[in-house]
Design a protein around this ligand. Structure first.
Ligand code: KG4
Ligand code: ZN
Length: 360
């Protein structure tokens, strides 16, 4: 089954063609993040305006690029070879979601194709099901088995769920306030680093980690809220207060930034890892899946691998390829395949407040 995926929930405009939820035949992404870097955060109207301009060229390129893939179709991919359109319906920014949803509905009507509405947060989990990726050195090797414990860590959400099968999702825990990505973005801003804050903090922390002094430094300057509480919840809003206080207390110079960035990163990664490992011990899943923009973080990937390796449980860890951790349409097409349920285009609407469990 060949699905065209469309993703426009935040500042990306992305379209992909994916076969059987595993093989990416084309993957196109246009981002307006560089425009938001100037303002230090997303301006929703600006993001949506850019998406209106980008959506048709991005979809066209995704379909035309598929011709290059080994499809076994003598004259490349034609519209008639597409079996369905999977589109993100929420959660996200209303203006941005509408661009993808209304385009998908129009194309579904013109091309006479079914639409599969996709929950963006589940899409982040399904990034782990993608197996064959052209031009990506990254290889997904671990097979995914149920029950699976899945952590979604993105700019707006931090959710831990237990999946007993496709479509059978139980919520285990999540953030009580800021999301993990939001904590990276807000603390980066306090440190004078650009938006998006996650990659900026990670790059600055990298500079610290390669100095010999850092090897002797315990990174424990910032608090780890709720780390010892017997639940699977997080709280990240205190971190920005702690960073703001540190910045005010001492006149920080550019030389202090790598160390402070490493401290912030360690505080976030520490609590995420410890709570997930506690949940893994309790629920004993066969697989542990990580998805969402923050799952691209090198330190989180490393620490989670080490922690799972130290457990005496047979849990297969799967962390999506970094290019599929941040928002993209391939994960949406994969989620549409594994949760295939076609809906008439007339019934598809954007739902900005959708949760990982659906509409509540
Ligand atoms: O999943 P995503 O692309 O969009 C949302 O659905 O929100 O996640 C974006 C978030 C941003 O907060 C960004 O700072 C964070 O993911 N992020 C990272 C990294 N790359 C992106 N955080 C930490 N380390 C990274 N390498
Ligand atoms: Zn996302």
């Amino acid at each position: 089954m060949i699905i065209l995926g469309i993703e426009t929930s935040c500042d990306e405009t992305s379209a992909s063609v994916v076969e059987n939820g595993r093989t990416v035949l084309s993957h196109v992404l246009a981002s307006s993040a560089h425009m938001h870097a100037k303002t230090g955060g997303i301006i929703p109207e600006m993001a949506a305006r850019e998406q209106v301009k980008a959506i048709i060229p991005v979809i066209r390129e995704a379909i035309e690029n598929s011709k290059e893939a080994k499809l076994g179709l003598p004259s490349g991919l034609k519209i008639e070879n597409l079996d369905a359109i999977g589109v993100t319906v929420g959660p996200g920014l209303i203006g941005s979601l509408l661009v993808g949803v209304e385009t998908a509905k129009t194309l579904a009507w013109i091309w006479n194709k079914p639409i599969v509405p996709v929950n963006h947060l589940l899409g982040h989990i399904y990034a782990n099901f993608i197996r064959e990726i052209p031009n990506d050195k990254f290889q997904m090797t671990n097979e995914i088995l149920f029950p699976a414990l899945a952590l979604v860590v993105s700019g707006g959400h931090t959710d831990l769920v237990l999946m007993r099968d496709h479509g059978k999702v139980e919520w285990i825990g999540g953030t009580r306030d800021d999301a993990a990505g939001e904590a990276f973005d807000k603390t980066a801003r306090l440190l004078g680093l650009p938006y998006p804050g996650g990659p900026a903090i990670s790059a600055a922390a990298e500079k610290f980690q390669i100095t010999s002094a850092s090897r002797r430094t315990q990174l424990n300057l910032f608090p780890r809220p709720m780390i010892n509480e017997d639940n699977f919840d997080w709280s990240f809003s205190g971190l920005k207060t702690a960073v703001a206080r540190e910045v005010q207390k001492r006149n920080i110079s550019p030389n202090d930034i790598p160390r402070l960035a490493a401290e912030v990163q360690e505080a976030i990664v520490d609590v995420l890892t410890q709570k997930v490992i506690r949940a893994a011990k309790k629920f004993k899943p066969k697989s542990l899946l990580l998805g969402g923009g923050v799952a691209a973080n090198g330190r989180l990937r490393e620490k989670m691998r080490l922690a799972i390796g130290h457990l005496s449980l047979d849990i297969k860890l799967s962390i999506a390829s970094p290019q599929f951790c941040t928002d993209n349409a391939s994960m949406i097409a994969a989620a549409a395949y594994y949760n295939y349920k076609q809906v008439s285009w007339k019934k598809v609407t954007a739902i900005p407040g959708l949760t990982i469990l659906g509409e509540t």
